[in-house]
Design a protein around this ligand. Sequence first.
Ligand code: SF4
Length: 259
Amino acid sequence: MKDSKTNSKPAGKALFLWLSTISLILLMVGVTALWYFISPRLHEFNEAFPFILLTALRIFFFFLVVGSLLVLLTAIFERNFIIAKFATHMFIRIMYPVCVFFGSLTGIPEEHIGESFVRVNDTFIRSLRKKFDPKNTLVLLPHCLQDTSCPIRITVDPSNCKRCMRCDIGKVLELCDEFGVDVSIATGGTLARKIIIDKKPKVIIAVACYRDLVSGIRDAYPIMTLGVFNLRPNGPCINTHVNIDTLRKALESVVIQPV
Ligand code: SF4
C-alpha cells in the first residue's frame, strides 16, 4: 500500500500559527464573555471586585497579545525576538493540544497540524542560533529506514551496518561521521526515550513520521529536538527513506562544524 503522504508536501508552519492565533483570540473572547456574565454576581460580593478582575484580565491579555506577536515574528523571520525560548515552551507544552482540539472541531486532520507543529518547533530552535558540540548531539533514526532484506542487526549498534548503501542507513552514518555526531536507531518510542535518558544529548535531530516526531519532540523537551520527516514511498514503517540534504541542513543549523 502506498502512503497517502508520499506525493504531498508536509503542511507548512502557517497552519499551526493560524490555529494557535485563532485559539488565543477565542480564549480571550471566551474569558471576556465569562467575565461579562459573572460580573453582576461579583459586584454583589464586592463593588470593586469586577473592576479589579477586569484590570487583571486586560493586563494578562496585553502580555498575551505582545507575546503572541513576538512568537509570530520569531516564527516568520527565524530570529530570536526575545521570546524564542519561552515560545518553544508555550507551543510544545500548551498550544499543541489546544490546536489539535480546535482543529478536530473544524475538520483539520491531526497529521497536518502535527507536520506544521514540527516545522514551527524547528523555526524556534533555529531562531536561537545556538550551536552544539558534536559530542552533545544525537541523531535518532527509525528502524524502518533499514532495508527489510538486510540481515544485519543495527538497533543495538549502528556501526554493524556494512554501508552497502542499499538503504539510507549507510548514507546517514557517513553524514554523521562527517559531523562527528552520535547515531542511534530506535524501534519505537519506549526505546527512543531510553536512548535519550542513557545518552543525555543536549540536542537531538530525529528522523521519523509526523506522529513519532510530535511525541518525540514533546517527550524529549526541554532537550531541543529538530524534526526531519522520513519519506514513505512503500507505505508507513517499511523501507522508508530520508532526504540526506535535509538532514545535512538540520545538522548544519545546530552542530558546530569541524574546521
Ligand atoms: S546500508 Fe546496507 S548493511 Fe547498512 S543497514 Fe542498509 S542494507 Fe543493511
